[in-house]
Unconditional design. Structure first.
Ligand code: XBP
Ligand code: MG
Length: 253
């Protein structure tokens, strides 16, 4: 089948947003609310096992803060904290805080030039996607993506396949007509669960996750003069990901 569309995860895939983005924004929200919660780098790595910011905060309290006396309106508190966190995170992005990962801009531009359709399937909040695209990709670049599946649009977040299925339905495409791009174990369980061939670019938080189902696992997409490392799969002698390589991976049986 012909490759028609590329579906991208956001956090960890388009940009390294977790350690120095989301984590800092959570901590700023906790301080704003006078809470003594503070997520250091290793703790946040463990908390990433739970996708979704609201879900992650609840998981933190349930597993690591048995001492915290939950107020009767705990769900409200979580919702307010999450709104504050989103405000801190989008402000950080507006300051140009987080660059795209190597090769992301080039690949998106090449896909557009060649008429491949683009979409997003992410666990994060829609405002965060808009802010990242606007400030780190290009003003107005949200319009490059035909469908943006984000946040609470489906109740079951990754590793459930629902967000990918939602995007596929809206694109009116079969999984065999697309490639997905992910960076994490939860992400690839979601994409592969929806029947999508998946290319993985790892990061510090996800390097030891199980990517056995990936068609290729890479250090990053690479750039001319800044080659990627191929950790799994066949790089076909290339030093960076281009559309020919994506089409070759898409054709792998
Ligand atoms: C991203 C996430 C999100 C963000 C926070 O996962 O796990 O929870 O860390 O987002 P993926 P919100 O890359 O698999 O989509 O705070 O906006 O929920
Ligand atoms: Mg991710």
């Amino acid at each position: 089948m012909v490759l028609e569309a590329l579906i991208f995860d956001v956090d960890g895939t388009l940009a390294d947003t977790e350690r120095d983005g989301h984590r800092l924004a959570f901590n700023a929200a906790f301080r704003e609310f006078g809470l003594d919660w503070a997520w250091d780098v290793p703790t946040y790595g463990r908390l990433l096992a739970v996708t979704g910011g609201k879900e992650r905060m609840r998981h933190y309290v349930d597993t690591l803060r048995p001492d915290f006396a939950k107020p009767a309106d705990f769900d409200d508190l979580v919702a307010q904290l999450h709104q504050a966190k989103t405000r801190h995170y989008t402000a950080l992005l507006a300051q140009g805080g987080i660059p795209l990962r190597p090769g992301v801009r080039r690949l998106l531009q090449a896909a557009r030039d060649q008429g491949l359709r683009l979409a997003i399937a992410t666990t994060t909040t829609p405002e965060n996607v808009t802010a990242l695209l606007e400030h780190s990709l290009a003003p107005g670049s949200e319009a490059w993506f035909e469908q943006i599946g984000a946040g609470d649009i489906v109740p079951a977040k990754k590793p459930a396949p629902d967000i990918y299925r939602w995007v596929l339905t809206r694109l009116k495409l079969k999984p065999e007509q697309c490639l997905a791009f992910e960076d994490s174990g939860n992400g690839i369980r979601a994409s592969c669960g929806a029947g999508l061939k998946t290319v993985v670019t790892i990061n510090d938080y996800t390097a030891d996750h199980d990517f056995g189902a990936a068609v290729a696992v890479l250090s990053d997409f690479g750039e001319p003069g800044a080659p990627f490392r191929v950790l799994r799969g066949d790089g076909l002698g290339k030093s960076y990901v281009d559309l020919d390589l994506l089409r070759a991976w898409h054709a792998v049986r």
